[in-house]
Design a protein around this ligand. Structure first.
Ligand SMILES: [Mg+2]
Length: 360
């Protein structure tokens, strides 16, 4: 196989309205601000996107990706080589935040090129079978009160989902409990219910709230306190029976290892853009296996389906439809299971017409 050289890069910013705007304990998300990356090597186009959380970050992220990718022109399109070269290059600035996400976006696009060059879906390039993965519907269910939450919960079970995620962090513990009870009553006890506080409680408040919620059959308790407070999460975990889930805000496999060493969680969920792209995910998958911890995905369902297929301790795929308006590909889960796209690449195929509509 001839070695491909990075030839060009094209970066666009879009702001895509969300079908179900989300109010969380950590702030509101009403649209999906995405930076879209296309890199070309040997006539093969590799695509990826980065979810920026806030439209305020779009132009900075887009420029950063552009600058980094420009500097890679005419270099070999080998994701592993580029991953470690960029880790080294940004050691002084720090491999976190926008820098980490920009590098991950480039990494995902380069893996897309590698998979297309091999004529394989990404999971097969990684040596794995395409697997059918349990997926929960993570759209909607923000902080909208018990009546609206119970209606929305029922709507979210379309196409056979068996699990949904409820955002909590109402002013009082009793309000949190009322919403959990209302949703349970609405969907029945066979539906798994994850709850997510999006880091909004103190450690003491989290312990108090879990006294009320611990016996309600919640499947996992996600980010009850500040993401970087591993010892706080460990204390909460010691205090309650419900499994604690964290990881979406870990910057790279190093943070993941520190969280696991601190006993911060029962389950781990990696965000492909924050954990270091495909290259970082592969390390996270190995850590998950070494620590015997189930690994779920955060956002990015299209590429995460490939990555979870190659993860020995794969757990749940988080399904959101946020990028679907600008994609020609998706992983629509049927009967609550999702499978990676069968076409060569990482599963991300842009719809150029839709991109024009949402370009900012
Ligand atoms: Mg979360």
């Amino acid at each position: 196989m001839t070695e491909l050289k990075i030839e060009s890069i094209n970066v666009k910013s879009v702001n895509v309205p969300m079908a179900r705007p989300l109010v969380t304990g950590g702030g509101s998300v009403t649209s999906a601000p995405l930076v879209l990356i296309n890199m070309e090597a040997g006539g093969i186009e590799g695509s990826s996107y980065i979810f920026c959380y806030s439209p305020a970050a779009l132009s900075a992220m887009s420029e950063l990706v552009q600058h980094i990718a420009e500097s890679l022109k005419s270099q070999a399109a080998l994701p592993n080589e580029v991953f470690y070269a960029l880790r080294k290059r940004f050691r002084l600035l720090g491999n976190q935040g926008l820098v980490a996400m920009a590098c991950a976006g480039i990494d995902m696009a380069l893996w897309d090129i590698a998979a297309k060059n091999a004529g394989l879906p990404l999971c097969r390039l990684l040596g794995a079978e395409s697997k059918s993965l349990p997926a929960y519907n993570s759209n909607g269910l923000g902080i909208i009160g018990p009546a609206a939450a119970s209606n929305e919960a029922r709507e979210l079970l379309h196409s056979g989902f068996g699990a949904i995620k409820l955002r909590l962090g109402y002013p009082s513990a009793s309000e949190d409990l009322a919403v959990v009870k209302a949703v349970h009553e609405s969907v029945g006890n066979d539906i798994l219910l994850m709850i997510d506080y999006n880091q909004c409680l103190s450690v003491t408040d989290a312990k108090q709230r879990m006294r009320l919620l611990d016996d309600t059959g919640i499947y996992w308790l996600e980010e009850p306190t500040l993401a970087e407070d591993y010892s706080g999460h460990h204390q909460i975990r010691q205090h309650c029976k419900t499994a604690v889930q964290i990881g979406e805000n870990c910057w790279g496999p190093g943070d993941m290892k520190r969280a696991l060493d601190a006993g911060a969680c029962d389950y781990f969920m990696a965000d492909v853009a924050k954990i270091g792209g495909v290259s970082g995910w592969l390390q996270a998958a190995t850590l998950g296996e070494n620590y015997g911890i189930r690994l779920s995905s955060h956002l990015y369902p299209e590429i995460s389906a490939h990555l979870l297929s190659a993860t020995p301790t794969a757990h749940w795929l988080e399904y959101v439809d946020w990028a679907e308006p600008i994609l020609d590909s998706s992983v629509p889960p049927g009967n609550g299971m999702a499978t990676p796209s069968e076409i060569p690449g990482n599963g991300i195929v842009f719809n150029s017409k839709a991109i024009k509509k949402y370009t900012v």
